[in-house]
Design a protein around this ligand. Sequence first.
Ligand code: SF4
Length: 480
Amino acid sequence: MRFYLIGHERINPILQLLICLYPDEEHAQGDPAEGFEGEYVISELRAGEGHLVAEARDYRGNVHTVDCPAGMTAEDPAMNEYVRRAMYHLLLPMLEEPPVWGMLTGVKPAKLVRNLLARGMTPAEASESLRADYYVSDKRTRLAVRAGAVSQDYKNKIGTKDIDLYIGIPFCPAKCSYCSFVSNDVRSWGHMVEPYVQALLREVEGMGRVLGQTGREIRSIYIGGGTPSILSEDQLARLLDGIHGHFDLSHLEEFTLEAGRPETITAEKLRIAQQGGVGRISINPQTMNEEVLRGVGRLHSAQDIIDCYRMAREVGDFQINMDLIAGLPGDDDHSLISSVEQVVALDPDNVTLHCMARKRGAPLRFGKTGTLAAETVDRCHEIIGSHGYVPYYLYRQKYIAGGLENVGFAKPGTECRYNVVMMEEIGDVAALGSGGVTKLVYPDGHIERITNPKYPIEYIQGPEKIDQSLSKLLKALENH
Ligand code: SF4
């Protein structure tokens, strides 16, 4: 949809709202000086009687106005809410269903809850604010308040020396059609895995020095990807040895290996992981529907997932997470619910239910994202909840099906610290590997980012770039 701004330049609140309400359309800003064309909306900020008025109107002649508080200026950051609210109410009557997240866009729901609590609200008042000010549904309000409370608990416990580590392994057995991560198919790029591991071990050594010099205490390590279990037994063992050799792990509370795809997991790799201190793994079906699995390019069957899960339970005392995706191409409500039921029947410690998100860079050119019904996802949440799982973190993405969310569920006491710290950006996370983005969180909420080269080839061939990132990190941590 084309949108025009008059009297203000607040692009983000309007654009984010349009993306959220109409994820399958292209949106572009027009210049009012050139006249209004086609199907469009206008967001205007104009003077009223003693106050500003946020007005939204469309090409059909519909208008919605919101009076801003007296004394509020056009520059006030809170003005975003007023221009967004006017636009939301203009568009709401045209939608089939009110969005479950109301007009909440561009902010993490749990972070908003934390901010409301920090302003002195009780959880009940924060809930009321989500419902009344942002039009969030009752169910999503409960989800947000729960995630807000969990993340606040973690935030309260994070010490000034704490740091969490992410180690990326950007290789997979085959590319899933919906994936936009920089992940290299080993059928073409397998020759790069060993040089990558060697470059990574070099960075592990450098990171160990930086953290040692700055007295940082590692609380969690998350080896993610890609598919980290694509590493050979020898490579995995060397990586774990490097971690033990160069990091002080005396404060480590949690160590995760995102194994991911069952065809890469062997009993021996799991034994190596366990001996290397890994306490959590993921075995990710995404769906238990064979046809859908094949359709998105996965090389394993649903039975492989079950066999792999049982093998992992036999090998060690891991906490196991399983990921599912709602809204995969070719999937339907019945099959999704069946996948959820089959996964919870296995009794993993954590279940994460994602909703399909359209992403630039993914090979898949799929159709509408908005067809996933909130009721179907609600039903999945109910099934998961009825097996003793409690939601503990959530996040939303642009272009996510149905404007919904991704939710991590855990049996009480098995929550993943790394997921909360990283998703909620409440503590420092240092990232190793190609595409790694280190985030240092300052007390005023400002986040400093330090990036590694994006692609494995640059990472392997550019040790000086890694050294630069480590030097920047050292400097930042010394002043942090
Ligand atoms: S396994 Fe994960 S990282 Fe690899 S291609 Fe599939 S979605 Fe992407």
